[in-house]
Design a protein around this ligand. Structure first.
Ligand code: ADP
Ligand code: MG
Length: 361
């Protein structure tokens, strides 16, 4: 029995992959309509509910999380009763943006220059040290581009403290990247590591819209550069499970943007285009089983379905298109599903773009 803190679509897809391996699931999530409830038992309670955590510990052989903003204290509390993977220290490292950047720095992983601030005076100093234009991000709780502001001039800097409304912020230099990439990596309980081919990611309004893997023009050198970054983190954090690292490709090499100590949206391609998906490999890793192959079976193009669902019947009519729906109520900015094409020609990709009202490339 695998316990999961969080019951969103990532939990649902973990469940779908784990059921095939004969695993059972128990999700802890405060939302009564959590998408993962369809694939396992669901404890409806806040993430810091003591009785609920005790119940989870008593039912499960291992606990993982699918949401990086679950309180680290909850993961720590479970730990003596039941193993928690990835280790809570990885959750802590990724939860606070300044802490995450310090890990990058400590491990010699290139990243945009940064500072942190807990008041408007520190913010002003931070902006001065980092230089403009800069990106200011809430230190905790942000996702899908929420809680972020670009500061281009001193005038804009004046009110950014109030508009972000966080107790602490991370200030980082705005990176002029060539493209955004991510690497999905996994480390088993036995210390074996595996890496998926780099993913090329396209965001709009801070939300991932489309991913392609393997990324176009992917050289072995670039793959190795990303692999070394992920490997350094996996080893340093004594990691077990899937780790995603978001990267900026620049003219002077890769810069790490952020990491996610969990399965990741940019790894969804792996369900349909890899020997073993990121979800299956996460389950294998935390269950102390051998890892599955991360080799691609084709080139994947994945689109997220965001805010509202397009004409699903029209999508289902597209030859070879894999449709994944999360059974979530539409809401602006919400991820409701995704679709993946494998080894598709430009015509089919453009056809899907039209059906999704996505801008043409
Ligand atoms: N320092 C930066 N320079 C340029 N673009 C950035 C920077 N930081 C973030 N972005 C853009 O904003 C997106 C979301 O930021 P990110 O730090 O990944 O937060 P989230 O947790 O919301 O994914 C990134 O994918 C990238 O497109
Ligand atoms: Mg991100």
């Amino acid at each position: 029995m695998i316990g999961v803190l969080g019951g969103g679509q990532l939990g649902r897809m973990l469940g779908l992959a784990g059921l095939r391996l004969g695993r059972r699931f128990c999700f802890l999530d405060p939302a009564p309509d959590a998408p993962a409830a369809a694939v396992g038992k669901h404890i409806v309670a806040p993430f810091d509910d003591r009785a609920a955590l005790d119940e989870l510990a008593s039912l499960c052989d291992v606990v993982t999380f699918e949401f990086e903003n679950v309180p680290a204290a909850s993961a720590r509390r479970l730990d003596p009763d039941v193993p928690v993977y990835p280790p809570p220290q990885a959750l802590e490292a990724a939860q606070r943006r300044p802490e995450e950047k310090r890990w990058f720095e400590k491990l010699g992983i290139p990243t945009a220059s940064f500072a942190s601030a807990t008041n408007s005076k520190e913010l002003r100093n931070g902006l001065e040290n980092v230089g403009l234009p800069a990106m200011v991000k809430a230190a905790v709780g942000g996702y899908d581009g929420k809680g972020q502001r670009i500061v281009r001039d001193a005038i804009a800097a004046g009110d950014v403290w109030a508009t972000i409304g966080a107790e602490e912020v991370l200030i980082e230099r705005l990176v002029e990247f060539e493209r955004e990439l991510s690497i999905i990596a996994v480390r088993s309980g036995r210390g074996k590591t595996a890496f998926y081919p780099l993913v090329e990611n396209h965001h709009r309004d801070g939300i991932l819209r489309m991913s392609v893997s393997p990324a176009a023009d992917l050289s072995p050198e670039l793959q190795a550069e990303a692999g070394e970054i992920a490997y350094a983190l996996l080893e340093a954090l004594d990691y077990v499970g899937v780790l995603a690292v978001e990267l900026f490709q620049t003219s002077s090499g890769l810069l790490a943007n952020e990491m996610a100590p969990r399965v990741h949206n940019s790894g969804h391609f792996s369900i349909d285009a890899s020997c073993s998906s990121q979800f299956e490999n996460h389950i294998r890793a935390i269950s102390n089983l051998p890892l599955g192959s991360t080799e691609p079976v084709g080139r994947a193009t994945m689109f997220n379905l965001i805010s509202e669902l397009p004409d699903i019947e029209a999508l289902l009519r597209v030859e070879g298109l894999r449709v994944h729906l999360y059974d979530k109520q539409p809401r602006p900015g919400r991820k409701l599903g995704h679709v993946t094409l494998v080894d598709a020609d430009d015509r089919s990709v453009d056809h899907v773009r039209r059906l999704l009202s996505e801008p043409m490339s």
